[in-house]
Design a protein around this ligand. Sequence first.
Ligand code: SAM
Ligand code: DTB
Ligand code: SF4
Length: 328
Amino acid sequence: MITDIDIVIKSDRSVIGKEEKPTVEIIKGLYSLPFNDLISKAHSIHNANFEPNTVQLSTLVNIKSGACPEDCSYCPQSIRYKTNVSTTTLMSVEDILEKAKKAKESGAGRFCMGAAWRSPKDKDLKVLLPVLKGIKELGLETCMTLGMLTASQADKLKEAGLDYYNHNLDTSENFYKKIITTRTFEQRLETINNVQKSGIKVCCGGIIGLGETDNDRFELLHVIASMEPQPESVPINTLVKVKGTPLQDEQDVEPIDLVRLIATARVILPKTYIRLSAGRSSMSDELQALCFFSGANSIFYGEELLTTENPKINKDKALMEKLGIMSE
Ligand code: SAM
Ligand code: DTB
Ligand code: SF4
């Protein structure tokens, strides 16, 4: 086991991502290293590939909330669960651009738009395509997460100026079936493939705390790290337990496990932005500091995620100040 890990650690960092895809066994071996060994390796790989002490800031806006036909057990926006989420139609172009302007003023570098859809209709895309130009004119990168995309929809979004598409695999292929029944892991991969082929950058990660095993987490990382090319952005969400969803009473994630997972992701995805994503509102400054040390270099920045809270902007600014971390 140790030999395998040494091979991964000692080889040129960029080679790991390009040629040798880490097996589930190697991922497990890395994750199981003594904590200090793992995070110090992750930290040095991080600093060899990124500007140290910088974090990428993405602001998220829910442009169409609730009444989603899918049954993702973690999600408060599914029509199947009785939650307090409000249902809205697609936000107007003006309102989206107003939100983007505010995000820019607050210091965000990327504007991410999420919609509670299984997949967008072509008439929805017609409304959204012109928005991308307006956001880019503000000097922001663009990201969307709208559900499953066909190849032609991905091409249209690319042409209109979309920089990133977020589409998470969420968990291992096996456990996926227990969390979502209305679509398959394979369909998620198809959308990611369509996005990649269009030239849009991929943002693809997962959620922990769904009741999955460590092995499910390793398998998820294995699939992500085996993509060619590796995703440019990988969000690691910690489940936000929302009353009314089937996962409302799941066990809390062990904070050290989160740090280990981020450090492992950093080692096997040396050039990818790793986003410390949902769940930060319940994390201490110290836990977040450990995650940044271990290779997390992106966050959602702004008071709200899609339907749940995120740390206040002032709180995040104070945290970055305390840690001497600058925004990109
Ligand atoms: N409807 C689209 C889809 O599912 O692809 C886009 C929006 S969806 C809300 C985006 C991602 O948010 C999900 O894939 C999941 O990873 C994350 N998410 C949703 N609910 C969450 C929760 N309660 N806690 C943590 N992450 C969550
Ligand atoms: C991602 O990986 N996490 C974000 C974004 N991509 C769309 C969503 C988090 C949602 C958390 C629960 C909510 O606010 O509804
Ligand atoms: Fe719908 Fe996306 Fe929520 Fe699943 S995660 S219920 S697809 S909004």
